[in-house]
Ligand binder design. Structure first.
Ligand code: AR6
Length: 182
């Protein structure tokens, strides 16, 4: 499913983020930057050891990546040239700054992409796996943050890669709410 908003093509794709040919893909990492399960594990497996080596250099220099922040490496063996590693919040009850921190994860990933002249990017559904963020709520934040960003900044294409049909359908419903007039 795809549509155009302003100068940006927005796509919802059910599939695997490691197969995407956007200039960058986003990894839902943890603060250590040393890899993990889920989408993080899949990206490091498909991208090969070079990505982890670069993450280790960043970790040695800056101590890792705080929740809501983002860092960039090359894409190793992936079709994308870059991986932007961000860290989403762990869901507790929604009263521990989870919405602000998830917003920051999306916005700082987009800002870092823009700073590196990247204008096509794929996002996974950050924090909605092992970190437990309810995906209906998370999808609204993801889409609103992207909408606000492209209202202010030129971006060619943004993809949301949903692993399951269920997640895809939830994003589809949220897209209809947030981008009503499109
Ligand atoms: N492509 C697209 N989406 C995927 C893929 C894939 N290959 N694999 C899983 N997903 P999760 P989180 C979906 O748990 O909740 C890691 O261990 C998955 O179905 O990967 O942000 C990190 O190191 C879900 O919808 O990430 C952190 O410790 C979404 O990606 C922690 O998990 C996110 O699920 C981060 O937790």
């Amino acid at each position: 499913m795809e549509f155009i908003y302003g100068a940006t093509t927005i796509k919802l794709v059910q599939g695997d983020i490691t197969k995407q040919n956007t200039t960058a893909i986003v990894n839902s990492a943890n603060s250590t930057l040393l890899g993990g399960g889920g989408v993080d594990g899949a990206i490091h497996r498909a991208g090969g050891p070079k990505i982890l080596e670069e993450c280790k250099v960043i970790r040695a220099r800056y101590g890792g990546c705080d929740v809501g922040e983002a860092v960039i490496t090359t894409g190793g063996n992936l079709p994308s040239n870059y991986v932007i590693h961000t860290v989403g919040p762990i869901w507790k009850d929604g009263k521990h700054k989870e919405p602000e921190l998830l917003t920051n994860a999306y916005r700082n990933s987009l800002k870092l992409a823009h700073k590196n002249n990247i204008d096509t990017i794929s996002f996974p559904s950050i924090s909605t796996g092992v970190y437990g963020y309810p995906i209906e709520k998370a999808s609204i934040i993801a889409l609103n943050t992207v909408k606000k960003f492209i209202d202010e900044t030129d971006f060619k294409e943004i993809r949301f890669i949903l692993f399951s049909k269920k997640d895809f359908d939830i994003y589809l419903k949220s897209v209809k709410e947030i981008f009503k007039s499109h």
